[in-house]
Design a protein around this ligand. Structure first.
Ligand SMILES: *[C@@H]1O[C@H](CO)[C@@H](O)[C@H](O)[C@H]1NC(C)=O
Ligand SMILES: *[C@@H]1O[C@H](CO)[C@@H](O)[C@H](O)[C@H]1NC(C)=O
Ligand SMILES: *[C@@H]1O[C@H](CO)[C@@H](O)[C@H](O)[C@H]1NC(C)=O
Ligand SMILES: *[C@@H]1O[C@H](CO)[C@@H](O)[C@H](O)[C@H]1NC(C)=O
Ligand SMILES: *[C@@H]1O[C@H](CO)[C@@H](O)[C@H](O)[C@H]1NC(C)=O
Ligand SMILES: *[C@@H]1O[C@H](CO)[C@@H](O)[C@H](O)[C@H]1NC(C)=O
Ligand SMILES: *[C@@H]1O[C@H](CO)[C@@H](O)[C@H](O)[C@H]1NC(C)=O
Ligand SMILES: *[C@@H]1O[C@H](CO)[C@@H](O)[C@H](O)[C@H]1NC(C)=O
Ligand SMILES: *[C@@H]1O[C@H](CO)[C@@H](O)[C@H](O)[C@H]1NC(C)=O
Ligand SMILES: *[C@@H]1O[C@H](CO)[C@@H](O)[C@H](O)[C@H]1NC(C)=O
Ligand SMILES: *[C@@H]1O[C@H](CO)[C@@H](O)[C@H](O)[C@H]1NC(C)=O
Ligand SMILES: *[C@@H]1O[C@H](CO)[C@@H](O)[C@H](O)[C@H]1NC(C)=O
Length: 599
């Protein structure tokens, strides 16, 4: 394999027990340590220079390659010129929401500071990714993979692949993330992206009119006859992508921690924030290289031809370059059911376990009584108080300057309200910080109703959920009759088609504050998120999970924050740069009080 996937230079894997570091994890489970230094680099994947967020100078960042139950300690050094948080999509932090890396649970890491996350990948397996959660930073990169391997004693429902390949696909704008943020703040739409990247690189020049000369493209080197596991992640801003490899079947085996019924697809729609694993066998005659394509979906594709990512699959015995037209994607402009039916065809493999040896089917989610029901309805952007905003149930979330868990831990009242409505509100939309009051150990049904004309994806931090149904039209109680109560996949990110609904079941077994959000960056940035609060009555004290010793303080608790010496970076030391950092911060989050006092 090409060297870029083959390891993480900065990893110091010290598989020793250091149980004292983290309160509630089991002492027998190994520890792994990562250092992620997040900084800008200049790169021009589509031929236009842009300020890109790299990790340890790599774009995409390194893969966190871990195994079920390992304790993961990640030291994140913020070498950007603005605040940073990294979130770990799909990691079910059985320990604590204090490690989640979103504004509702963590104070941002000031420029020049570092902060160490501790979490355990308890009882899980699968393919996920991490990314910077503030503002539009993900539109500039900063992402990388998380691979959670099975423990050696747990059977995997397929033979060991000959190689493991992570592919990060996503739409890309040549404008930098601060420019994109400003456009949204100014009430504009981001418009059509400039292209699609694959592993941080632009398209292979499959067409001399459409692709300029001199673009660096991704090449995946393979051996004939071998079988590789491709882990494909849509890390883009807002475009759904159809993924395919010319002349090769994609045998779907896993999605976001669930082993699926193994089926061949010639192409699969991957929506923003979603991850899939395919086994691909190199069974072709290598008369030439083959195209790997990610093309835009749910848009007018004849206008969006430039929004196509193309990489090259190169057999070691290949007789020449790939040429000719790209393999066709689904031709379903007049059949909006294709993608939806494909999504419904993805089901759990009930005859295998995941992180544990027992088959997943032994958890019969379809027999559990629902204890609470939320309908979360999004609408096209609206103007509230003169600002263009997005809403769920008529509410547009604005992050308070004090994280919700920190406010609770210090009995600060009035930071948020625990009154998020179970149904869309009548009346004018408004901005606020309204939180879902969820019952710990309950079983929640959420119906996402998408009234917008674009596909949206929704993600819940700290959980995976069963995607039990989706269909076009308005959801009614009768729709429950068509739920899949047997072998729906359990995952952490689901799409909701335009004018359609998606229903999920989630077992509320993880206490704390957990972010429920649109994964599409523009929609999320403009307010389409909410937190759910779950109190664990078995834990004494006021906070759901203990505050880690290294927690940062901000907002109403800012006075408790000790100074940290800046580790040197862009973030600097002169008073003029302090001011400029301050103004960037204020643009980023109008309600965010400055934590940092730079030394
Ligand atoms: C990831 O970890 C697994 C299990 O420890 C190992 O077999 C594999 O070689 C590792 N992959 C990489 C790219 O380091
Ligand atoms: C982090 O990255 C920045 C930018 O590349 C560099 O200046 C700095 O020395 C790095 N810090 C560490 C501790 O590696
Ligand atoms: C980051 O934080 C840890 C713990 O607070 C500290 O030991 C380490 O030296 C810090 N510095 C860098 C550059 O990572
Ligand atoms: C980001 O883009 C804006 C608008 O084009 C530009 O003014 C700014 O200098 C850019 N910032 C960086 C660091 O490239
Ligand atoms: C390249 O793309 C242009 C624009 O879509 C199209 O007209 C042309 O036929 C393509 N060229 C080839 C060789 O496919
Ligand atoms: C998937 O396609 C491959 C050929 O690419 C074939 O060998 C395999 O049997 C197919 N598997 C299933 C489950 O259809
Ligand atoms: C290789 O396969 C392609 C497509 O399956 C076929 O058109 C071509 O004739 C084959 N070439 C050789 C040399 O077998
Ligand atoms: C896509 O755009 C082209 C060019 O504007 C237009 O001719 C075509 O009708 C559009 N297709 C659809 C399905 O809207
Ligand atoms: C899509 O599926 C629905 C329900 O199965 C059906 O009523 C409708 O006719 C289908 N639409 C198209 C365009 O095939
Ligand atoms: C679900 O509710 C029904 C009716 O209230 C009850 O009979 C049944 O035992 C409950 N099932 C479970 C698994 O709790
Ligand atoms: C949005 O809701 C309105 C009012 O209920 C309805 O007329 C319209 O068809 C809906 N649009 C979509 C895309 O669901
Ligand atoms: C932090 O450092 C600044 C500048 O050196 C100083 O003014 C401030 O009092 C310090 N704050 C604390 C809490 O030590």
């Amino acid at each position: 394999m090409a060297a870029r996937w083959s390891g993480v230079a900065a990893v110091v894997a010290a598989l020793v027990c250091a149980a004292a570091l983290v309160g509630r994890c089991s002492a027998e489970d190994p520890y792994v340590y990562y250092d992620l230094n997040v900084s800008y680099i200049t790169a021009s994947p589509l031929g236009v220079e842009k300020q890109v967020i790299a990790i340890n100078k790599q774009f995409p960042g390194p893969i966190l390659n871990v195994t079920t139950n390992w304790n993961v300690v990640v030291n994140v050094l913020n070498s950007l010129d603005e605040p940073l948080l990294i979130t770990w999509d799909g990691i079910q932090q059985r320990m604590s929401c204090w490690q989640d890396g979103v504004l509702g649970t963590n104070c941002p890491i000031p420029p020049g500071w570092n902060w160490t996350y501790h979490f355990q990948v308890k009882d899980q397996i699968g393919s996920f990714f991490y990314f910077p959660s503030l503002g539009l930073q993900r539109a500039a990169g900063g992402y990388g993979g998380i691979v959670v391997n099975n423990r050696p004693i747990i059977p995997v429902p397929f033979g060991k692949p000959d190689g493991d390949i992570n592919l990060f696909i996503g739409d890309w704008y040549n404008r930098n993330h601060t420019a994109l943020r400003k456009e949204l703040d100014d009430g504009k739409d981001l418009g059509m992206p400039d292209g699609v990247l694959m592993n941080g690189k632009g398209p292979y020049r499959y067409n001399t009119t459409l692709v300029p000369a001199g673009i660096d493209y991704e090449t995946i080197n393979v051996e004939p006859g071998k079988t590789y596991r491709f882990r494909v992640h849509n890390v883009g801003v807002s475009t759904s992508l159809n993924f395919r490899i010319q002349n090769h079947n994609l045998l779907l085996v896993e999605t976001e921690g669930t082993y699926t019924v193994q089926q061949n697809y010639t192409s699969l729609d991957i929506h923003v924030g979603q991850s899939y694993s395919f086994l691909v066998t190199m069974d072709q005659n290598a008369s030439s290289d083959y195209y790997i394509v990610a093309s835009s979906r749910f848009v007018n594709e004849s206008l969006w031809t430039r929004v196509t990512g193309v990489a090259v699959l190169h057999y070691s015995n290949s007789k020449g370059k790939a040429s000719g037209p790209l393999p066709d994607g689904p031709n379903d402009v007049y059949d909006k059911n294709w993608s939806l039916n494909q999504a419904l065809s993805i089901r759990t493999n009930l005859s295998t376990g995941a992180a544990r040896p027992n088959p997943q089917g032994s958890f019969k989610y379809g027999l559990i009584n629902v204890t609470e029901v939320y309908m979360l309805r999004n609408e096209p952007p609206v103007v509230i108080n003169g600002k263009r905003r997005t809403t769920l149930n008529g509410l547009s979330y604005s992050p308070p300057d004090t994280p919700l868990n920190l406010a609770d831990a210090y009995h600060k009242k009035g930071i948020y309200t625990l009154d998020f409505p179970t149904r869309p509100l009548d009346g004018p939309p408004r901005i606020g910080a309204s939180v879902i009051n969820a019952s710990y150990k309950g079983f929640m049904e959420i119906i996402f109703q998408n009234n917008d004309t674009k596909v949206q994806t929704y993600h819940i931090d700290g959980y995976s959920f069963y995607v039990v149904g989706m269909a076009y039209g308005e959801w009614t109680e009768d729709c429950r009759g068509q739920y899949n109560k047997w072998d729906a996949v359990s995952r952490c990110t689901t799409q909701v088609f335009p004018g359609a609904w998606t229903a999920i079941f989630v077992s509320l077994d993880n206490a704390g504050f957990w972010n429920v959000r649109a994964e599409n960056l523009d929609t999320w940035y403009l307010g389409q998120e909410v937190y759910m609060k779950l109190d664990n009555p078995e834990i004494s004290g006021d906070s759901e999970s203990p505050k880690p010793d290294n927690a940062l303080y901000c907002g109403a608790l800012q006075y408790l924050q000790k100074n940290q010496t800046s580790h040197g970076s862009n973030a600097s030391t002169s008073s003029s740069s302090i001011l400029s950092v301050g103004s960037k911060l204020l643009t980023l989050m109008p309600f965010l009080a400055l934590v940092a006092i730079f030394v």
